[in-house]
Design a protein around this ligand. Structure first.
Ligand code: 56B
Length: 306
C-alpha cells in the first residue's frame, strides 16, 4: 500500500505531538533474536472458519464492524468475532446480502448477544447495510466473488474494497494533505491470509505490501516500547481518557506515526534477520501484546475506521 506508506511518512516528518524515536526502535531490535515472536492468527480461538466462501463472508462482515469498542468498557473485539461466529453457526444465511441490508439495532444486538445499544450502533447498521447492498449489486451477493476479482493481490483487494464500499475509505486531511490509513480494508486482506494460511481465498502474493492496521492498541504498545514519544499535552489527554477528535492533528499523528515506525522496524529487522519480515506479522505480535495488557492506556477517538 504505497499511498499508506508514503502518506504516513509524510505525517511522521512533520509531526509535533508524536515523535518516532529511532533509539527506541534500536532497543526493540536488540531484543529480537532469530525471528519475531510468532503469533498464530486466531490465537484466541474466537473466529468462524469452515475453509470455504462462508468464511470470506464472515470476515468481510467482521471487518465492516471492526471498530470502536472502547466506549462500552465491557465490550471488545472478541465479542464481535465470537458473536458473529455463533450467529453463523445458528443460521448460515445470517450474512446473506439481502439479510445484511435489513438488520435493525435490536436484531444486531440479539445477533451479538449484547444486552444494550452498541457503540456507534447507527453507523454499524449503516455500514452493514452498505455491505449488503454493494455485495448484491456488484458481486452476486458474495464477498468470495469480491476476493476472486482481486486476482490474488492484496493491493488490488484493498483498492477494490475501498472503491466499492465508502465505509472502508479510511483517510484524513493533515496539514492540507490527504493521508491514507485503510485500517479495515487492509485487515480484511490480512484476515483472509491468516485464516486460510496463505492458500485458497488467502493466497495473496503481495501480502508484504500491507502495512500495520492503525488502531488504538498498536500506538499504545509502541509507546510502551519507547518507539513513540508523545508531547506532554497529548500524554495528559490520553491519561485523562479525554476524547481526541477524529481527523485532529493528534489523532492522525498517532496513527500515521505508528504505521511509519513499524515500517522502519520491518526494514531494520528484515536486514538484521536476513529475511523478509511482514508488517502483518509485526502487527499481530504488537497487537496481541497490547490486548494482553489491560492496564495499557489508549487514545479515545470516536471513529468508524478503527
Ligand atoms: N492492529 C490491529 N488491530 C486490531 C486487530 C484486531 C483483531 N485481529 C484478529 C485477527 C487475527 C487475530 O487472531 C485477531 O483476533 C482487532 N483490532 C483492533 O483492536 C481494537 C480492539 O481493541 P479492544 O477494544 O481491546 O477489543 C479495535 O480498534 C480493533 O479494530 C489486529 O489484528 N491488529
Amino acid at each position: 500500500m504505497e499511498e499508506v506508506r508514503a502518506s504516513s511518512a509524510w505525517v511522521a516528518s512533520r509531526a509535533s505531538h508524536v515523535v518516532v524515536d529511532s533509539s527506541g526502535i534500536e532497543k526493540v531490535m536488540e531484543t529480537i533474536e532469530g525471528s519475531i515472536p510468532k503469533v498464530e492468527w486466531d490465537f484466541e480461538g474466537i473466529h468462524y472458519f469452515d475453509g470455504g466462501p462462508l468464511t470470506v463472508q464472515y470476515l468481510f462482515v467482521l471487518d465492516a464492524l471492526n471498530f470502536c469498542f472502547w466506549p462500552d468498557k465491557d465490550l471488545s473485539y472478541d465479542h464481535l468475532a465470537s458473536g458473529l461466529k455463533d450467529a453463523l453457526l445458528n443460521d448460515e444465511s445470517a450474512f446473506d446480502a439481502d439479510r445484511l441490508q435489513k438488520y435493525t439495532g435490536p436484531q444486531l444486538r440479539e445477533l451479538l448477544k449484547w444486552p444494550r445499544p452498541l457503540p456507534l450502533e447507527d453507523e454499524r447498521l449503516r455500514l452493514l447495510h452498505e455491505v449488503g447492498v454493494e455485495l448484491e449489486r456488484s458481486f452476486g451477493g458474495k464477498a468470495s466473488n469480491l476476493v476472486e476479482s482481486s486476482g490474488k493481490s492484496a493491493v488490488k483487494l484493498v483498492a477494490l474494497v475501498t472503491r466499492h464500499f465508502p465505509g472502508f475509505r479510511d483517510h484524513s486531511i493533515y496539514k492540507g494533505h490527504q493521508i491514507f490509513l485503510y485500517k479495515r480494508a487492509q485487515i480484511f486482506a490480512a484476515d483472509l491470509w491468516g485464516a486460510f494460511k496463505g492458500q485458497g481465498y488467502g493466497e495473496l502474493h503481495d501480502i508484504g505490501a500491507i502495512t500495520i492496521f492503525a488502531d488504538y492498541i498498536v500506538p499504545a504498545v509502541l509507546r510502551q516500547l519507547g518507539v513513540l514519544k508523545y508531547s506532554s499535552a497529548l500524554a495528559s489527554t490520553i491519561e485523562a481518557n479525554s476524547e481526541i477528535a477524529s481527523g485532529s492533528e493528534e489523532e492522525v499523528e498517532l496513527r500515521a506515526c505508528s504505521v511509519y515506525a513499524v515500517e522502519k522496524m520491518r526494514e531494520l529487522l528484515s536486514k538484521k534477520l536476513g529475511k523478509q519480515v511482514l508488517s502483518v506479522e509485526l502487527d499481530l505480535w504488537l497487537w496481541s501484546c497490547g490486548i494482553q495488557c489491560p492496564s495499557l492506556q489508549h487514545h479515545r477517538t470516536l471513529s468508524i475506521y478503527y
